[in-house]
Design a protein around this ligand. Sequence first.
Ligand code: FAD
Length: 324
Amino acid sequence: MILTFVEQAAGRPDRSSLEALTFARRLAAAQGVPLGAVLFGPAAEVAAAVLGAYGVVEAHLVEPAGLDAYAPAVWGRSVAQLVGASPPTVVLAAGTDRGQEVLAYAAAMLDAPMAANCIDVRPGEPFEVTRQRWGGSLLEKARLDGPVRLLTVAEHVTQPEEAAVPTTVSISRFTPTLSEADLRVRVIGRVAPEPGKVSLADARVVVGGGRGVGGAEAFSELEELAGLLHGAVGVSRVVTSAGWRPHSQQVGQTGTRIAPDIYIACGISGAIQHIVGCKAAKAILVINTDREAPIMSRAAYAVIGDLHTVVPAVSAEIRRRQAL
Ligand SMILES: Cc1cc2nc3c(=O)[nH]c(=O)nc-3n(C[C@H](O)[C@H](O)[C@H](O)COP(=O)(O)OP(=O)(O)OC[C@H]3O[C@@H](n4cnc5c(N)ncnc54)[C@H](O)[C@@H]3O)c2cc1C
């Protein structure tokens, strides 16, 4: 069995988890073992029911007594106890914040080897993985020794793909045995994004702004364009460090990794730490006054010009066409 930790919200598996499940299914086929899943939280049963499309035959719904919210040690302990009850060959998760955190806890509790942000696995013996380091600017090969290996899958490297033949999912419930120590870290509040706004990680269009935007107020131009394209605004670290926009909008190594159909990068130079966050975009449109800016080498399209002229002009043209 390969056991995949699947993240879900309101009964819908997250896209990153579907990527991880696709990766896991290929690995399960190579090892000749079935594919299982473990899910937490309200509506987990609804999410589990759709996993047959991805080849899952067994889903474990974890129900920690009296705890609905995320608590990393509790979730890690639950995965570790599931593994102990019926050891899989591999435990896998998406390379999200939660995926990394839960598997790191589980690996420590199991005293098992773990590799993060894998992009490839050689499933025989020795068991070798290729994984991204430094946000993908370096690839590293690693060997994992032990009866159970844990790994997370780098986000946006594998496209989610349904199985050729869907499976029937058998669902079981699991209640972990917890100690006080497992409850030392728990979520006590959550700030929801503004209603109607597209999340940066899932947006199909992202309008990015960097130092070239020049100040907090001028982001209204980018907001307008993002709104017209049903997209989200993303920013460089200079922008969050200056306090012009919140860190939740930062794209890059220390921000969000995005994978939109198009990334419109305005006044951003293209430092490597920024590029690792946006390189999964299908196309990058650069708007920059400097034709030598490093981001030009990544551009499918470029407009050499002042973003304060170009962006409002693009928005005006979209509005004009929408009015026709
Ligand atoms: C450990 C570490 C982690 C980091 N993590 C991240 C990260 O996650 N994300 C991130 O973004 N950065 C990150 N950085 C910072 C990164 O190295 C760069 O400093 C940053 O990305 C640069 O931001 P910028 O492109 O907005 O600014 P700049 O590099 O100053 O570029 C500004 C660009 O705007 C253009 N411009 C200026 N005026 C206009 C105008 N009117 N119209 C059009 N174009 C104009 C300029 O030609 C220039 O190309 C990290 C750095 C370190 C050391």
